[in-house]
Design a protein around this ligand. Structure first.
Ligand SMILES: [Zn+2]
Length: 328
């Protein structure tokens, strides 16, 4: 089945979203049709292993579509790390300190141009591309809520990355200076309160503290099963969801007041809760803004979109990245 997912433009491109556990791939033709999709485990540990995983995935995808590297115009890659000039830095989940990923891959795919970007930024591009197929939008925010929390900002149709490619690192805004230690070293960052691991950690803490909860019997224990337990009436799960969505709503409020974007798209694992998540967030926003003259700015439910569909935004954005390269 061919899915028309992109505007008709450019040549045949491959997009890869390299996650800590999976590499997700799309092969898209010049008409914008998705020819092949693929998910394979990510070989992690060092840059060369990750690069080899990318190269073998590219070859696999092409073989499946009966195509060759000669047919490919560009390859776009999203990676969970800081990206500077084709080099990936501080990609902790991949085991990369610094590695020239774009150059290495390009040398092993017969010189097909390879362009890489941070995965939150590629997801932002993916979200923006999808949104604009439905309605023209100039200013958009993306909030990725998964293993970490980070935002992407589109201003006047362009991705805004800031002076050090750090714009949108909202997961490390300190909310509770006495809170849990974050991966970044600080205490009480937003990530420690509302990311996927924060849900699971709080559930485990409640179990070890001997609290009465059905979560004790839940396997696997993850945000999805915690949300389900909350819907089933478990009080401990409800409290975890209530707290996390409170902080996420606060982040949405900051983002909307900072950028006044037309839409804010939620992505990442937690956004899989879809409209149920949007309803929870809206309830917190309504509670704060009952009296505020700015309420209209924040309280419009149509501005909040939780993306639950596949292909995922990150890999769609990697395709957009490759296509943008062709149109530079
Ligand atoms: Zn932090």
């Amino acid at each position: 089945m061919r899915i028309r997912c992109f505007q008709r433009q450019g040549g045949l491109v491959i997009g890869l979203d390299v996650g800590g556990t999976k590499i997700e791939t799309l092969l898209v033709d010049e008409e914008g049709n998705i020819l092949t999709t693929m998910r394979v485990p990510t070989p992690t540990g060092n840059g060369e292993r990750v690069a080899q995983g990318v190269i073998s995935t590219v070859r696999l995808v092409l073989r499946e579509a009966n195509l060759a590297l000669d047919d490919v115009q560009a390859i776009g890659i999203g990676v969970p790390g800081q990206v500077e000039g084709g080099t990936v830095k501080r990609a902790v989940n991949l085991g990369i300190e610094a590695f020239p990923l774009a150059q290495y891959v390009q040398e092993h795919v017969q010189g097909v141009p390879v362009v890489i970007e941070n995965d939150v930024y590629t997801a932002t591009l993916g979200a923006y591309s999808l949104l604009n197929r439905q309605e023209p939008v100039r200013h958009m925010l993306y909030l990725g809520i998964g293993t970490g929390i980070a935002a992407g900002v589109i201003i006047d149709g362009e991705l805004y990355k800031g002076a050090h490619n750090m714009a949108g690192e909202i997961g490390h805004v300190v909310i509770d200076p006495n809170g849990e230690v974050c991966n970044c070293g600080a205490r009480g960052c937003l990530e420690t309160l509302a990311s996927g691991p924060a849900f699971t950690r709080q559930a485990m803490q409640a179990i070890s503290a001997g609290q009465r909860t059905s979560l004790r019997e839940v396997d696997p224990l993850n945000p999805r099963t915690i949300f389900q337990a909350a819907r089933d009436g478990d009080q401990v799960a409800r409290l975890i969801v209530e707290r996390a969505t409170f902080y996420l709503a606060q982040a949405i409020q900051w983002l909307l007041l900072c950028y006044d974007a037309e839409k804010i798209v939620l992505g990442g694992g937690i956004a899989q809760e879809g409209s149920a998540l949007v309803q929870l967030l809206m309830r917190h926003l309504r509670a704060w803004h009952g009296q505020s003259k700015l309420a209209d700015l924040v309280l419009n439910e149509s501005r909040l979109v939780a993306r639950t569909s596949t292909p995922r935004l990150g890999v769609l954005g990697a395709v957009v990245l490759a296509r943008q390269y062709l149109h530079q």
